[in-house]
Ligand binder design. Structure first.
Ligand code: NAG
Ligand code: NAG
Ligand code: NAG
Ligand code: NAG
Ligand code: NAG
Ligand code: NAG
Length: 356
C-alpha cells in the first residue's frame, strides 16, 4: 500500500537501539499493524507471513532480505531518518525486562504487530498482537520508567516523545470480506470508539504527541484490484478508508479541544495515495496498478518468492508485491508525512509535530 507504512520486521540486532545526537524527539513509540501488511496472511492463502527471502531486499544494501516486504527500505526507516535517528526502534518483544529503558541510549520501542487490528478479533493468527495488548505492553514500560525515573520525569519524557500509530487496515479489509460484514456507517464509527479508548489510555500514561496515519485506499492494492475484474480499484473498500479518515479527523479535533497540550499530525493516506495513482508521472511512476514482484494477473495472484517474476524498473512501480509499496513509494510516503501540506497531513505535518 502506498501510504507505505510497511513496518515490516526489521531484524534488529538485539540491543541496537536507535541513537543520534540530533534526534528531534527523545523517543519514538510505534503502535499498530505493519499497515502495508494489510491482511497478507488472511487473504493470501499461500502466504507464509514472512519476507526474509529474495526477491525481497533486492535493493537493500548487499541485497539482503531482512524481512521487510519491500525491495529496500520502508516508510518507518525513512521517517526515522527524517527525525534524525539512525534507525527505527527495536521491537518490544526483543527487549529483556527493564535493562533497555535504563540505558542512556534508550530511544523508544516498537510494539506494532503485522496483521493486527483495533479489534481483538482481527487477524487472529499466530504472533499477532492486537492494539489492546500493545497498549498493555506500553503500560508495563510506563511502570518500569516510573520505577526508574519517577513519575514526573517519566511524564516529561513521554510528553515530548512521539507516539506513532498506524492501524485499522486489517479491521477494514477483514470486515469488508467477511461473510457477516457490517455496513460502514456502523462499523467505522465503532472502530473510532475503540481507537479513542486506546489513545485515551496512552494519554493517561503521559503521551501528548501523536503521529497517526489513517488507512490507505486499500482497494487500490493489486490484491484488491483483482476483485473488480477490470483491474480498477475496489472503490467500495476505499470508501471505508475515506470514512475512517473523517472519523479520525473528528476524533482528534475533539480530543485536542479537551486536552489542551495534546499535539497531533494525522496523515491522510487516502489523499496521499490517490494523488500518486492519479498523477503517477509527477512522481516518476509508470506502473501504479500491478505488483513488481509476483505472478499472474497484475502480478498479484501469488506472492513475491525467489521464483516470482520481478520487474526490471523497480523505482517505476508503486507496489512491490500484492499488498506492499516499493521502496520508492515508501520514501515518498515518509517525505509527504514529514513535510507535506494540509491536504495530506493535518493540522500540522510530522516535521512541525517534532517542534510543537
Ligand atoms: C515493529 O515490530 C514488528 C514486530 O516485530 C515488526 O513487524 C515491524 O516491522 C516493526 N516496525 C518497525 C517500524 O520497526
Ligand atoms: C536477552 O535474553 C536472551 C535470552 O536470555 C539473550 O540471548 C539475549 O542476549 C538478551 N539480550 C539482551 C539485549 O540482553
Ligand atoms: C463464508 O461463506 C462461504 C461461502 O458461502 C463459506 O464457504 C464459508 O465457510 C463461510 N465462512 C464463514 C466463516 O462463515
Ligand atoms: C466530536 O464531538 C462532537 C461534538 O461533541 C460529537 O458530535 C462527535 O460525535 C465527536 N466525534 C468523534 C469522532 O468523537
Ligand atoms: C523524476 O525524475 C526526474 C528525472 O530523472 C527528476 O529530475 C525528478 O526530480 C524526479 N521527480 C521525483 C518526484 O522524483
Ligand atoms: C507463474 O505463472 C505461470 C503461468 O501460470 C506458472 O507456469 C508459473 O509456475 C508461475 N510461477 C510461480 C513462481 O508461481
Amino acid at each position: 500500500m502506498a501510504n507505505g507504512l510497511a513496518f515490516v520486521i526489521l531484524a534488529f540486532a538485539i540491543g541496537v537501539l536507535l541513537h543520534s545526537a540530533n534526534a528531534q524527539v527523545p523517543a519514538v513509540f510505534i503502535l499498530g499493524d505493519s499497515t502495508a501488511d494489510v491482511g497478507t496472511n488472511n487473504y493470501l492463502p499461500a502466504s507464509t507471513f514472512k519476507a526474509n527471502f529474495p526477491h525481497n531486499g533486492v535493493d537493500f544494501p548487499f541485497g539482503r532480505a531482512t524481512g521487510r516486504f519491500s525491495n529496500g527500505l520502508n516508510t518507518a526507516d525513512f521517517l526515522a531518518k527524517f527525525y534524525g535517528f539512525k534507525r527505527s526502534p527495536p521491537p518490544f518483544l526483543s527487549l529483556n525486562g527493564t535493562s533497555a529503558i535504563k540505558r542512556r541510549s534508550f530511544r523508544g520501542i516498537n510494539f506494532s504487530s503485522a496483521g493486527s487490528g483495533l479489534l481483538d478479533m482481527t487477524g487472529q493468527v499466530t504472533n499477532v498482537v492486537p492494539m489492546s495488548e500493545q497498549v498493555y505492553q506500553f503500560s508495563t514500560v510506563y511502570n518500569d520508567l516510573v520505577a526508574f525515573k519517577g513519575k514526573s520525569e517519566t511524564e516529561k519524557f513521554l510528553a515530548k516523545s512521539l507516539f506513532f500509530i498506524s492501524v485499522g487496515s486489517n479491521d477494514i479489509i477483514g470486515n469488508y470480506h467477511s461473510n457477516q460484514s457490517i455496513p460502514k456507517e456502523q462499523f467505522i464509527p465503532n472502530l473510532g470508539l475503540v481507537y479513542e479508548k486506546y489513545i485515551r489510555s496512552l494519554i493517561s500514561y503521559g503521551a501528548r504527541k501523536f503521529g497517526i496515519v489513517s488507512v490507505a485506499p486499500v482497494g487500490c492494492c493489486p490484491s484488491q484490484r483483482l476483485y473488480t475484474g477490470t483491474g480498477d480499484c475496489l472503490d467500495d473498500l476505499n470508501d471505508h478508508a475515506r470514512t475512517f479518515f473523517s472519523t479520525m479527523d473528528n476524533l482528534m479535533r475533539n480530543l485536542s479541544c479537551e486536552i489542551k497540550d495534546l499535539k497531533y499530525s494525522l496523515g491522510n493516506a487516502v489523499e496521499m495515495t490517490m494523488n500518486v495513482i492519479t498523477y503517477p508521472q509527477l512522481f516518476n511512476f509508470t506502473d501504479v496498478k500491478s505488483a513488481c514482484c509476483g505472478n499472474g494477473t497484475l502480478n498479484a495472484q501469488s506472492f513475491c518468492t525467489p521464483t516470482a517474476k520481478l520487474c526490471s524498473k523497480r523505482h517505476k512501480y508503486l507496489f512491490w508485491d500484492a499488498f506492499h509499496p516499493t521502496q520508492a513509494a515508501a520514501k515518498l510516503a515518509a517525505f509527504t508525512l514529514y513535510g507535506g501540506g494540509p491536504q495530506f497531513v493535518t493540522p500540522i505535518n510530522f516535521a512541525q509535530l517534532a517542534q510543537a
